[in-house]
Design a protein around this ligand. Structure first.
Ligand code: SAM
Ligand code: SF4
Length: 470
């Protein structure tokens, strides 16, 4: 399966960085993260701030002095999962008086009152732009006050904070390049939970990527809700850095450093960006281009600002400028007023676009969003689920066909580590972000190396290959 930005397998995962040194770290923190890659990247910023305060990470929440949950509000289910987890932590707190429990991220603003005052589940509530104030808030909480800061900022990007790489494979890393979103898609809560869009200083991004490369990393994924609208002005040099320029700045660090990015809003991805991808071998031939729906009528209700035909022409343009480029998508089934015809339009745009992978969801009404205020959530749950099931089945079929079509091709693969099933096999990815598993044989290779692999067989999720001697 291609690498997911919103990876279900990673949800809730607790991080365990280097074993905390008791001489440096006098207290322990435990953190688990939910939702998109931005949240996982934010947890690495939080870990850096906590380390400065003498907190070392632990994998066992029972022994932590501070338990943090970095939360997601994107769908109702994500919120329910976090609530369940908080009640478990409440029990651990009873067994270890003095333990502090806090929520970070997107649920903070929306649910602060309920979680703090009514249900008394947490001691700390910290929104995504307020992590610098964590040390003071922890002190407040230690003295029995509630530590709350959910203020959103117009300029916070944490540019100067060097994230602590948590649970890393040492080869691939996420680098946050912007925060917030100005798009106001009607179904989406992100503009309310993460605030206005702002771009991070381009030189701090480049510096972070250079440090990662020096430390052995070989792939960076530049992260933002809408990376193509990245725009940063260097006032000293009177220079504008667009996303295409930023991509090139990072790709220039070394041909051995692969560059990926996520997510692109179809309306913003320009020919300039496509040409940069085509020009640089180390900018990966992979674009996550969420369609959401194949029906122009629904796209309008969703406020996506493009039509079905416009999206299809963007797919054509990508394939024209970057032959062999992989495209993946996000799809929502059962948005307000969706008819069977609208649903059929979604299925047919999937066929047309030939996505290698998609994240697929049924619509979840989020309080406060434009859709919640303007439209009735009128597609019955069983219809949403049935349509989602049809979408998933079609995607599985397309993914399998696309993988089968790779048999016989040779790809340059970045080795990420042992395969999950056997220490005798490596697992890595090609530029198109597909996982390839292949035998180590007697070659002297290490993770972080590039190797040419010919695909011999495939499942819907993985390519299986053999090393080709160069
Ligand atoms: N900024 C990205 C974009 O526009 O493509 C994605 C951000 S969002 C964290 C990830 C995905 O969650 C969206 O693309 C959408 O498919 C899905 N999503 C957002 N709100 C949703 C909702 N209310 N119900 C179901 N899925 C939703
Ligand atoms: Fe949400 Fe749309 Fe912004 Fe993506 S672009 S975060 S879907 S509002």
């Amino acid at each position: 399966m291609t690498k997911k930005v919103h990876d279900e397998l990673r949800q809730g995962q607790a991080f365990d960085p280097l074993a905390p040194d008791p001489n440096v770290f006098t207290k322990k923190f435990y953190i688990e993260s939910y939702g998109c890659a931005m949240n996982f990247a934010d947890s690495e910023v939080v870990a850096s701030i906590l380390q400065q305060q003498g907190f070392g990470a632990t994998k066992k929440f029972e022994e932590a002095d501070l338990v943090l949950v970095n939360t997601c509000s994107i769908r109702e289910k994500a919120e329910q999962t976090v609530r369940k987890r908080l009640t478990e932590f409440k029990k651990a707190k009873q067994a270890k008086p003095g333990m502090l429990v806090g929520i970070l991220g997107c649920m903070a603003e929306r649910l602060k009152g309920r979680l703090l005052e009514e249900e008394k589940l947490v001691d700390l509530v910290v929104g995504p732009d307020a992590y610098r104030t964590l040390p003071g808030l922890i002190q407040d909480a230690e003295t029995g006050q509630k530590g709350v800061n959910v203020l959103l900022s117009r300029d916070e990007t944490y540019a100067d904070i060097s994230p602590v790489r948590l649970n890393s494979n040492g080869i691939t890393a996420f680098v946050s390049i912007m925060r917030g979103c100005n798009n106001m898609c009607s179904f989406c809560v992100v503009p309310f939970t993460r605030g206005r869009e702002r771009s991070r200083d381009a030189f701090s991004i480049k510096k972070e990527c250079e440090e990662l490369f020096t430390n052995g990393y070989r792939e960076v994924t530049l992260l933002g809700q809408n990376v193509d609208s990245y725009y940063w002005v260097d006032e000293q040099k009177d220079m504008i850095v667009t996303f295409a320029k930023l991509l090139e700045m990072v790709a220039d660090i070394s041909p051995l450093l692969r560059v990926r990015f996520s997510t692109s809003h179809p309306k913003d991805i320009t020919d300039e960006v496509l040409h940069s991808i085509a020009k640089y071998e180390n900018i990966c031939k992979y674009i996550h281009l969420p369609v959401q729906s194949g029906s122009t009528r629904l796209l309008q209700l969703m406020n996506r600002t493009y039509t079905r035909e416009w999206y299809m022409s963007k797919v054509n343009r990508i394939k024209e400028i970057i032959p062999g480029c992989s495209i993946t998508s996000d799809i929502i089934a059962g948005f307000c007023t969706e008819t069977e015809d609208d649903h059929t339009d979604t299925l047919s745009i999937m066929e047309y676009s030939q996505y290698d992978m998609s994240y697929m969801y049924f619509y979840s009404n989020r309080p406060g969003t434009l859709a919640a205020r303007r439209f009735e959530d009128d597609v019955p749950l069983e219809v949403k689920k049935r349509r989602l099931d049809e979408i998933v089945k079609l995607q599985n079929k397309i993914s399998y066909q696309r993988n089968i079509a790779d048999i016989g091709k040779t790809f340059k693969v970045l080795i990420e580590g042992n395969s999950k099933k056997s220490e005798n096999d490596w697992a890595g990815r090609n530029s198109q972000n597909k996982v390839i598993v292949f035998g180590k044989k007697s070659y002297d290779l290490n993770k972080g190396d590039y190797v040419n692999v010919q695909v011999k067989s495939a499942t819907g999720a993985t390519l299986i290959g053999e090393i080709i001697q160069s």
